[in-house]
Ligand binder design. Structure first.
Ligand SMILES: [Zn+2]
Ligand SMILES: [Zn+2]
Length: 349
């Protein structure tokens, strides 16, 4: 075992501050990673503040991890010492259940092991995430990062990236499809980039007209202001797919009316009750409302490779570890374009 510096919260009301945590000694299939960058996801904040219940303290958040391989176990073949690698939202799963066998470890029937706040099989207690100097992860959950991409801006791909790529990929968004991305934040900005790269006609759907220029810069072909009833009417029954990234419960009925017959709106943001759906709006047009959670390990690697081919990274703002508490306030207020990434050197100094 080794002791490393980390940033953690002692309870749901506490600020994050420097603490010491243990990392296990590497086993034959383990990879020891020196963390260089870690993205700041809204889930980090929800977990620190126990918004979803079940948080175990101290919470050391961070599941958008980029780093360099320091050491590998003798059975590891997919990465070597010195490689740049990524770790996303999970560090283990049972690998035996149907979802695991079908590359859907995020839906493991025994529960995937979260990168933080998961059950630590090795040391007991709970897992600690990427706001730390180093992490030890089973090689199966370690991803290769394309060399042509900026490492710091790759970090958010491990959560925000795969969360938006997976549904676009699963529902086979392709050239010429009309795709709406609802909400322009950490998730939405990645949704626009991916849908654009897949060849779709991308419509940014937002309540704020002031986001239009940025949406177009990111790859949107059009911007639809959802409060504009006339504009919404013009787009009725015209979308092949909608990616709904709004992070809170809301009324999804107006969006359902935008879908074509048989088309799907996939929810990826709001992990809480939505306002009631009018059955008629689904029945009239055989429409679908679905959900999606990150992606499996195989698909996460495909997403990173796709990003390498299409030169896609996240738009980020770099911060030092000791400014994380201010950064959290800004995330909560939607004041970041579009993802904070922590320079983990700032924790070592
Ligand atoms: Zn996340
Ligand atoms: Zn499983």
């Amino acid at each position: 075992m080794s002791e490393v510096k980390a940033y953690g919260a002692a309870d749901s009301k506490a600020d994050l501050k420097e603490i010491k945590i243990e990392r296990r000694a590497i086993k034959p299939r383990d990879v020891k990673i020196k963390i260089t960058y870690c993205g700041v996801c809204h889930s980090d904040i929800h977990t620190v503040r126990n918004d979803w219940g079940g948080s175990k303290y101290p919470v050391v958040p961070g599941h958008e991890i980029i780093g360099k391989v320091l050491e590998i176990g003798n059975e590891v073949e997919n990465v070597k010492v010195g490689d740049t690698v990524g770790v996303g939202c999970m560090v283990d799963s049972c690998r035996e259940c149907e979802p695991c066998k079908n590359d859907l470890e995020q839906f493991c029937e025994k529960g995937m092991v979260g990168t933080y706040n998961g059950k630590d099989k090795h040391l007991g207690g709970h897992t600690y995430g990427g706001y730390s100097e180093e992490v030890v992860v089973d090689n199966y959950y370690v991803l290769r990062v394309p060399k042509n991409l900026d490492e710091n801006a790759v970090a958010p791909l491990l959560c925000a990236g795969i969360t938006t790529f997976s549904p676009l990929n699963h529902w086979k968004v392709s050239k010429g499809d009309k795709v709406g991305v609802i909400g322009l934040g950490g998730l939405g900005h990645m949704g626009i980039k991916f849908a654009h790269a897949m060849g779709a006609h991308v419509v940014m759907i937002t309540t704020s007209p002031d986001k239009a220029d940025d949406a177009k810069r990111l790859g949107a072909d059009e911007v639809l202001i959802s409060k504009d009833a006339d504009a919404m009417k013009k787009h009725a029954n015209s979308f092949d797919f909608l990616l709904n990234t709004v992070p809170v419960g809301h009324d999804i009925n107006p969006y359902i009316s935008l879908l074509k017959i048989d088309a799907t709106m996939c929810m990826v943001g709001a992990v809480e009750p939505l306002e009631a759906v009018h059955g008629g709006s689904l029945i009239m047009g055989r429409k679908n409302v679905a959900g999606s959670l990150i992606g499996g390990i195989k698909e996460t690697q495909e997403m990173l490779d796709f990003c390498g081919e299409h030169n896609i990274v996240s738009d980020i703002e770099m911060i030092d570890m000791n400014t994380i508490n201010e950064a959290y306030e800004r995330v909560v207020n939607g004041d970041v374009k579009y993802r904070f990434v922590i320079d983990m050197e700032s924790l070592r100094n």
